[in-house]
Design a protein around this ligand. Structure first.
Ligand code: 6PG
Length: 255
């Protein structure tokens, strides 16, 4: 496997294992972050892959073991639909775990999905500045960013060929695309690449080809390959279906 030193690849047997190992890593980083700084800041992705992990995080033992009272929840991206819309990343996360957890409501920071996109992007950038006291010190550094990957190599709502969200000066961009093909907000690379920990969760045979491209093609410049973690290797947590085209796929140990 020719993954770069900036990647740490963990292969688990199936989607259930992915949810469990992802939840364990989430818990570990949360506890380390609270120990380190008194709080844990995490940016969640939408899509289907993280939902089983999120549901596990909302139940025991993670309901008791994760320091939720010191956790601040943000989003990597959002579709600009009402929270009750099934496509809403915030709405899905609320239903899957957040609404049942002891997180102070003021510690949950959804992207506003009901304003004109440019204004919603400005609002979220201001929210980040306030929450990270980073008006002058540059992009916020999340303790953890949880990412997915599309079969086209997109991540967050940074789509191939769309330069909007790879800008270095904006932290939040208004874009359009993906499935559903709607107006979206996304954190840009400038923010994502400041994260101390980056966890890609990838599941299913339909992602195997893009996983092989991203992790073995040194010339790959798709959005998901442009993500790095400031605090160490990017963690690629894959189930065996998603990993099966990698040269030496195997079942990795828990992180
Ligand atoms: C979004 C996500 C997006 C997602 C990938 C993978 O809001 O659409 O943030 O980047 O992570 O499209 O989606 P699945 O997990 O559903 O395959």
């Amino acid at each position: 496997m020719t993954a770069t030193p900036k990647d740490r690849i963990i292969v688990v047997p199936d989607s259930r294992g992915l949810a469990l190992e992802g939840a364990r890593l989430f818990e570990c980083i949360a506890m380390e972050s609270v120990e380190r700084s008194g709080r844990f800041t995490v940016a969640l992705s939408g899509g289907n892959t993280p939902r089983p992990m999120n549901r596990l995080l909302g139940a025991e033992p993670f309901r008791s073991s994760v320091p939720w009272a010191h956790t601040r929840i943000f989003w990597v991206d959002e579709r600009l639909v009402p929270p009750e819309d099934p496509a809403s990343n915030f709405g899905a996360a609320q239903a899957d775990f957040l609404e049942s957890l002891p997180i102070p409501r003021g510690h949950i920071h959804p992207m506003c999905s009901e304003k004109p996109p440019p204004q919603a992007a400005d609002d979220y950038q201001r929210e980040l500045m306030n929450q990270f006291n980073s008006a002058a010190s540059g992009p916020p550094a999340f303790d953890l960013v949880v990412l997915g990957i599309g079969a086209d190599g997109h991540t967050a709502s940074i789509f191939p060929g769309d330069g909007t969200a790879v800008e270095t000066d904006r932290w939040v961009a208004a874009v359009k695309g993906g499935s559903p093909n709607v107006a979206r907000l996304t954190l840009t690379q400038a923010v994502l690449n400041q994260a101390r920990h980056v966890l890609f969760l990838v599941s299913g045979r339909q992602k195997a080809a893009i996983v092989r491209t991203i992790l073995t093609d040194a010339a790959c410049c798709l959005p998901a390959r442009q993500i790095a973690a400031a605090g160490g290797p990017v963690v690629w947590m894959l189930d065996q279906e998603a990993a099966h085209l990698l040269p030496t796929a195997g079942t990795g140990s828990s992180p």
